[in-house]
Write a protein that binds this ligand. Structure first.
Ligand code: SF4
Length: 443
């Protein structure tokens, strides 16, 4: 049996796609391995979100090619956002067997067979991102070892924020038909999955590309409702949604539906309106703050994770202080802090007043410290308001089990060994906060 090793860099969409590629290969009779040396097929799903992920992608390719040098029977396949943008650079690294564009990953399993069995010539499938017109269906009925299932619902973005290279790697918005999403969720419920994380490049744009607006779900709010209506015990978790794309209907469905996790990941990027403008973001701090207040007024236990970029060109000490002040004023739970990374062909790459790396690092540290403080406060809040916690069990040590709650806070609890299994969805009562985590007991 031939063995496949997949390395995945980057976001939830990439993680979903890699799991789906592996699932299709396993159905074809391949085996998955975590031991890179013993693999016959080496696949990289690369990322280009920062210079660092470009660098990591190149390193993985170099490593793969070194292994191939020692054993020329190995097959090396590279796909994902880095090679979508920097194909020529990747080719200079050596003899990659196949470079596959971002909208053709569903072809990888068949390609692997061809390359292995028929000894085909090197293959390339590298359409330009702006030419992607359909949603590449990549169904998956398994997430490997993972306890929660990612469901890719959307691809692409045409917002062209000034710092972001993703539209050049993922193309225009394309949505997966709701029937296909429903079929996958139904199948995964039968397999015992309890939590579904909806993932997309800009998932608030779900449905925008449907030419006939008469599908059973024409936008994200309708899609969430349709998934909630599927019979079976489940939780639905939204991944990142752009703040200006929270419509009234979307707020209603996420706040009124118990099946939707009270955990919202919203990209803020800056708490300074002038920086938001330079970033070409489509909202201001007032809209953002109103959105957060509205959600929390309807779901008191809501957890918020915000993305923030520090060191954007032109971010002075004063403008960073605005961001810090704004963030302190918000009932946030945690921050994902990114240091601005200059991306080729973006508008921001040409802006004056690029911020020195050390200054950006100091700002990043200040926000990471704030994030730690806020998580501790939030864990205490959940205990104080006696919020019921739902947890997908991720593992155990002796009789202590752990996982993440539906609020996305780490939790630990004790239970009899036979009573709980990995992957179970258990209802917990918080006993006390212990730093950033909660100690709980079975409800
Ligand atoms: S919304 Fe902006 S930051 Fe997000 S993927 Fe699109 S262009 Fe990039």
């Amino acid at each position: 049996m031939k063995k496949v090793f997949i390395e995945t860099l980057g976001c939830k969409v990439n993680q979903y796609e890699s799991a789906a590629i592996l699932d299709l290969l396993i159905k074809k009779g391949f085996a998955s391995t975590n031991q890179i040396d013993e693999a016959d097929v080496l696949i990289l799903n690369s990322c280009t979100v920062t210079n660092r992920t470009d660098y990591k992608s190149r390193n993985v390719i170099r490593h793969f090619l070194k292994l191939k040098e020692a054993d020329p029977n190995k097959i090396v396949i590279v796909s994902g956002c880095y090679v979508q943008r920097e194909k020529a650079q990747a080719e200079e690294l050596g003899n990659i067997d196949a470079i596959i564009d971002n909208n053709n990953k569903s072809a990888i399993p068949e390609l692997v067979e061809k390359l292995l069995l028929h000894n085909a010539e090197p293959i390339e499938s590298c359409q330009q991102a702006q030419d992607f017109i359909y949603f590449d269906e990549l169904p998956s009925s398994s997430m490997g070892e993972k306890s929660r299932a990612f469901i890719k619902i959307q691809d692409g973005c045409n917002f062209y924020c000034s710092y972001c290279a993703i539209p050049y790697a993922r193309g225009n918005p394309r949505s997966r038909m709701p029937e296909s999403i429903i079929a996958q969720v139904e199948e995964m419920i039968k397999k015992g999955y309890h939590e579904f994380v909806l993932a997309g490049i800009n998932q608030g744009l779900y449905g925008i590309d449907f030419s006939e607006r008469n599908t059973i779900a024409n936008n994200l709010a309708e899609l969430i409702q349709v998934i909630c209506d599927i019979p079976g015990y489940k939780k639905i978790r939204l991944s990142s949604v752009e703040p200006q794309l929270f419509t009234e209907d979307l707020i209603k469905v996420i706040c009124e539906n118990e099946q939707v996790c009270p955990h919202f990941h919203i990209p803020l990027q800056s708490g300074s309106d002038s920086i938001l403008q330079a970033m070409r973001r489509k909202y201001d701090t007032r809209l953002f703050s109103n959105l957060v207040q509205e959600i929390i007024s309807k779901r008191a236990d809501a957890a918020f994770g915000f993305d923030v970029i520090v060191g954007f060109p032109g971010e002075t000490n004063e403008l960073f202080a605005e961001t810090l002040h704004f963030l302190k004023s918000l009932p946030l739970t945690y921050l994902h802090v990114f240091i601005y990374s200059k991306r080729r062909s973006t508008v921001a790459a040409k802006l004056p007043n690029q911020v020195h790396g050390n200054t950006a690092k100091e700002r990043s540290q200040a926000l990471i410290s704030l994030s730690h403080e806020k998580i501790i406060q939030y864990a205490k809040k959940l205990v104080d308001i006696k919020a019921p916690l739902l947890c997908i069990v991720e593992g155990s040590e002796n009789d202590v089990y752990y996982g993440m709650t539906d609020h996305f806070v780490r939790v630990q609890f004790k239970a009899d060994r036979e009573a709980v299994n990995k992957g179970d969805l258990v209802k917990l009562k918080a006993i006390k906060a212990d730093g950033e985590q909660i100690i709980a007991e079975i409800w």
